[in-house]
Design a protein around this ligand. Sequence first.
Ligand SMILES: Cc1cc2nc3c(=O)[nH]c(=O)nc-3n(C[C@H](O)[C@H](O)[C@H](O)COP(=O)(O)O)c2cc1C
Length: 143
Amino acid sequence: MKLVRLIYASHLASPLTKVQTQGILSASERNNAETGITGFLCISPKFALQCLEGDRVEVNLLYNKIVRDERHSEPVILRYVEPWRRLFPEWHMGYSSELSSAAPESSRWRDGSGFNPYMVESDLIENVIEELCERSEREVMRV
Ligand SMILES: Cc1cc2nc3c(=O)[nH]c(=O)nc-3n(C[C@H](O)[C@H](O)[C@H](O)COP(=O)(O)O)c2cc1C
């Protein structure tokens, strides 16, 4: 297997409802488990930011499927690398709804409505997602 990591940002057509989010996460759980894909999905009312990791062909097939989903548009690939290991090996699709408050220390990635993933440099985007993942894991542990 040739391991790749693809990270993209997109504009949501409208804020995802709870039912839509649950639908996406259960489809991801089902499909990604079958194809060996792992990753992390971060959402704000305006944007999606998603990391997909797995076999090169499977990741590209899934990306091309996801970008046809009418719940979002204007996808931009922020990063595409062949890493030596996965960042999110334990998640078929981890999830955080806290994207608007990502990277609070970096005002240069903010526009009028909060964090804008399209503004982040390619080599820093992984840190942003990892930080959101760690934050959501801490919240789960506190419950
Ligand atoms: C932002 C976003 C991220 C998504 N991520 C995934 C994903 O990681 N895996 C997946 O199978 N579907 C994902 N989807 C849903 C797909 O577009 C599609 O609705 C779903 O895969 C259909 O599943 P099915 O072919 O099993 O019916 C995502 C949709 C959106 C809008």
